[in-house]
Design a protein around this ligand. Structure first.
Ligand code: SDX
Length: 393
């Protein structure tokens, strides 16, 4: 009772929805896409296969995979005007600020000719977004360095093309290390979709009004940027560097348990998983593979991460609160080893999650019963009262 109207819990929309794309069992630590476990997908597929699965509901046969890969590859370039758009940013602009701005601006290039109720138009805009995200992310990085922007190459696969655009220059080609490219491809798979997380719910809510997909994805990028969500991988690296030595991990675990201290162990805990995030196990394995390939098994930050994980998994507070490492705990270590700056970590997450965002947006638009999202509230303000004229205040 708020004294204003009777609060009807059933009236408050939690924004929940029906979806056939991703299933999570937080207690059991299970993640499936269209019925396939994340372990099977990350081990046996590449990112384009998983993208096809998320978009179409089935694993692709060779022709279907070829068609998707060809369509994506041939949409990787962005309109030349985007160069001028980039030049409007300061060189030190955060890549996520650039991605928010540029992806939203794509509406001005592609939206007018788009009918979101036409399945063919939806697929074309989906391909455009999936294809252009790595280019925009890599260009944000190159622009921050003051280096020439590198164009995508049609002879490279998705993850390889991203690494090429990030690290090649007009003076020097970038030699694709197959172990790193495979690791990058697997990381894209692990970040592709995750049910109704904050950014996906943002995309769905924006899309429920009929907004165009470019604007909806820009809204998702904005939500993902937060350190409690996609920004956590960058925050994990900053935390490990602040800890500085395995001998100081206990000090930080103690701080994380102190209610008066706002510090939280970044990369730990999850709104849904009350067991080990299955993606974190695969990410940990990938991290060791990459560091071994690069001869960095003794990376000091890895030692701190391993010590932190060991302590936290045995600590009564973390065990009681069911706080386990999540997908962000190891990804930053891999990106750093690959030479990717911390500011780019969440931009990579957004690049991967665009497939999930687009699959979820399409699923919602295709649902004829879909209505505009309209979460309600529990009103806690003043009850009705008489107006007070200015001379009596
Ligand atoms: C992602 O939703 C998704 O699916 C997201 C994601 C995706 O793929 O889209 O999986 C990606 O966002 C992973 C999460 C990345 N964020 C971080 O690693 C940031 C650190 N984690 C925390 O901020 C926190 O765990 C959240 C934000 C992830 C979850 O926040 P909640 O819902 O408050 O956490 P909870 O309900 O599980 O917390 C239970 C208790 C709380 O204490 P009490 O209020 O019960 O006393 O544990 C505490 C929390 O304060 N707690 C932590 C903690 N996480 C939760 N204490 C210390 N360190 C932490 N990391």
């Amino acid at each position: 009772e708020t004294g204003y109207f009777t609060y009807d819990p059933s009236y408050t929309s939690t924004g929940s929805c029906q979806s056939a794309i991703t299933y999570i069992d937080g207690e059991a630590g299970v993640l499936m896409h269209r019925g396939y476990s994340i372990e099977d997908l990350a081990t046996n597929c590449d990112f384009m296969e998983v993208a096809y699965l998320l978009l179409h509901g089935e694993l692709p046969n060779p022709d279907q995979k070829y068609d998707l890969e060809h369509a994506i590859t041939h949409h990787t370039m962005v309109h030349e005007q985007i160069h001028k758009f980039l030049e409007g940013f300061r060189r030190d602009a955060h890549p996520m600020a650039v991605m928010c701005g540029v992806v939203g601006a794509l509406s001005a290039f592609y939206h007018d000719s788009l009918d979101i109720n036409d399945p063919r138009h939806r697929m074309i805009s989906s391909h455009r977004l999936i294809a252009k995200m790595p280019t925009i992310a890599a260009w944000a990085y190159k622009y921050s360095l003051g280096q020439p922007l590198m164009y995508p190459r049609n002879d490279l696969r998705y993850a390889e093309n991203f690494l090429h655009m990030m690290f090649a220059t007009p003076c020097d080609t970038y030699r694709i290390n197959p172990v790193l490219a495979r690791a990058m491809d697997r990381i894209l798979i692990l970040h592709a979709d995750h049910e109704q997380n904050a950014s996906t719910s943002t995309v769905r809510l924006a899309g429920s009004s009929g907004a165009n997909p470019f604007a909806c994805i820009a809204a998702g990028i904005a939500s993902l940027w937060g350190p409690a969500h996609g920004g956590a991988n960058e925050a994990v690296l900053n935390m490990l560097e602040e800890i500085g030595s395995p001998s100081r991990t206990n000090e930080f675990v103690k701080r994380a348990k102190d209610k008066d201290d706002p510090f939280r162990l970044m990369g730990f805990g999850h709104r849904v998983y009350k067991n080990y995030d299955p993606r974190a196990k695969i990410m940990s394995r990938t991290c060791h593979e990459v560091l071994e390939e690069l001869g960095m098994q003794k990376d000091p930050l890895l030692e701190i991460a391993l010590e932190l994980e060991k302590i936290a998994l045995e600590d009564e507070y973390f065990v009681e609160k069911k706080l386990y490492p999540n997908v962000d705990f190891y990804s930053g270590l891999i990106f750093k080893a690959m030479g990717i700056p911390t500011s780019m970590f969440t931009a990579l997450f957004a690049t991967a999650r665009t497939v999930g965002w687009i699959a979820q947006w399409s699923e919602m638009v295709e649902d004829r019963d879909q209505r505009i999202g309209r979460p309600r509230q529990l009103y806690t303000g003043s009850t009705a009262r008489p107006f007070v004229p200015m001379d009596q205040r």
